[in-house]
Structure formats: structure tokens, C-alpha cells
Design a protein around this ligand. Structure first.
Ligand code: S3P
Length: 181
């Protein structure tokens, strides 16, 4: 059981295709809590799609506005934050998220990530290199940062969204107080 302290919010982190957005939406419905999707927040702020930002300005620029977005979003209390897969690669972002949130890492095997994203065209980091080998390489590079950030780790392979949400609620008892069922 993860102790809540005064951290009343939840940030979902993890590699692309691990289910953060789907799980975030279901959690938000169940708990009647606001959900901020960091990528959508950035797209709104910049009036560009994530793919366009990468194409026009490069990854470095994206990472900078991603960090700025986290700085702003961290001020919200008691919400759910659906983070892009690279948010926790910067320690400052982790520290910012930690101020008001418990951090949940969603994991999945490279085979399942590949199956989920095979036909996706919105992830610039994978679009030119969509293969299990490349996903494995990125996962390996990122594993340490993800684990360093996580208060709770949940494997999503072969689980339904409902099962994952229940697992989160069982482990973060403070969330159960305002669930809607
Ligand atoms: C990224 C993940 C994406 C998006 C961007 C970079 C990453 O978000 O932020 O394409 O570096 O892993 P999702 O994890 O929601 O796909």
C-alpha cells in the first residue's frame, strides 16, 4: 500500500503505448477528477501537433516546452496528470510532479507496445523506426529514470483497463474516498 501523505494528485508515467491515456480517462471518470493530458496541453498552447513540433523545431525544443508545461500543471492540486512518455527523463520534471502527486508507472512488454502502436503515425520518436528492437532499446535507456520516479509500478500486459484501474485504487487508498461507484 502506498502512503498518500499530502500528495493528493496522481501522475501517470511510462513508455508510449503502455495505456496511460486510456487508464487516465477511466480513472478520471471513476473518481470524477480533472485529467490533464500533457501532450494535449502542449498542443493547445502551441497550436501545433506534437509531430509538427518535432518536425519544425526538433526534440530539444519539445522537451523545453514539455518541462514548462509540467511547471504550470504541477500547481493544480488533486488532479490526474497523463504525462508523455519522455516527461520523466528529466529529473526536474520528476521533482515538480512529486510536489503534489503520487507517480504511477505503467509498464508493458515491447511486443505489446509494438502491437498497440504498429500503425500509429503520431509518435515522432517511433514513426521512422517502428520495431520491437528499437522499442526495446529505448525502454532499456529509459528504465532507470522511470523506476527512479515511480511510487507504484503496474504492468498492463494482458489486463483490462478496469483491472488496471482497480489495481491503482487498491494501492492508492486515498483515491478511493471520492470514487463514483
Ligand atoms: C514521447 C511520448 C509521447 C509524446 C512525444 C514523446 C516520448 O507521449 O510526448 O511523442 O518521448 O516517449 P505518449 O507517451 O503519450 O505517447
Amino acid at each position: 500500500m502506498v502512503n498518500s501523505n499530502n500528495k493528493n494528485g496522481v501522475a501517470l508515467i511510462g513508455f508510449m503505448g503502455t495505456g496511460k491515456t486510456t487508464v487516465g480517462l477511466e480513472l478520471s471518470k471513476k473518481l470524477k477528477r480533472e485529467l490533464i493530458n500533457v501532450d494535449l496541453y502542449i498542443e493547445d498552447e502551441t497550436n501545433m501537433s506534437i509531430a509538427e513540433i518535432f518536425k519544425r523545431h526538433g526534440e530539444g525544443y519539445f522537451r523545453k516546452i514539455e518541462s514548462d508545461a509540467i511547471e504550470e500543471i504541477k500547481r493544480e492540486i488533486g488532479i490526474l496528470i497523463d504525462c508523455g512518455g519522455g516527461v520523466c527523463l528529466k529529473f526536474d520534471n520528476i521533482e515538480n510532479l512529486r510536489e503534489n502527486n503520487k507517480i504511477i508507472l505503467l509498464e508493458a512488454s515491447s511486443e505489446n507496445i509494438f502491437k498497440r502502436l504498429e500503425n500509429d503515425t503520431t509518435r515522432p520518436l517511433l514513426s521512422k523506426n517502428m520495431s520491437i528492437e528499437y522499442i526495446n532499446k529505448l525502454l532499456e535507456e529509459r528504465k532507470k529514470s522511470y523506476h527512479l520516479a515511480a511510487d507504484l509500478i503496474i504492468n498492463t500486459d494482458y489486463k483490462t483497463v478496469e483491472e488496471i484501474v482497480e489495481e491503482i485504487l487498491e494501492n492508492l487508498s486515498f483515491l478511493k474516498k471520492n470514487r463514483s461507484d
